[in-house]
Design a protein around this ligand. Sequence first.
Ligand SMILES: [Ca+2]
Length: 234
Amino acid sequence: MRFWKAVMGFVAASWLFAPAAQALSVDLISNGDFETGDLSGWTTAGNARGETFAVNEGTRNPHGPLRATEPLSGSYDALYVPRFSGAASLTQFFTVPDQVFSATFSFTERVGLWGFFDVSNHQFRVSVIDKIGDVISQVYSTASAGLQLGSGTPSDLSFDLTALMQANQGRTLGVQFELEAQHWSMNASLDNVSMMVETPAAVPLPPTIWMMLAGLGALGAMGWKRRRSGGQSA
Ligand SMILES: [Ca+2]
């Protein structure tokens, strides 16, 4: 009796000393900085001529005044430099954790438009899509024409997607960057894509406590056996 009291006391103590629910911060996007030097983790879709996003190590030379474009950060970024009209996209799918405390989606973009400002339907847009590719939320988009599309200046953008991720816990979603160009006067660069999600960390008992509990259990079983055999012989 005293022995099991001790065990229960020990278990209660380990509960008391276990830390409260901890949050684990994870990035659901892999190779969001393109530093593998390729598009690992990403899928692309091209315009009718097959042009699409590609890794840029600083030697690609878009049309227009931008000239050779240094990666936005590190040694590589992703760059789309169309010669023909149409939309191309860069997409990555991920699984939303079963429980989400918070979610922040961020990336660095540089959209260049250096002429033909009056052409309509030029647009850079960023969406969260479902697993079959339907847009469930358009997170960001430029105006569809005009100078405000971008002057070639990099911007760091960040969006709180907590509610969206909480509404899709356990599901497969994707982030999609799309540039729709009606002319060869546009380009788009991307880097530092991340989807940081805070999710509960499992808090296991330290292995030493499990070993001690197992040892106490074995001792208890031995004691029970001994008492039982002792009772039989008496
Ligand atoms: Ca990079």
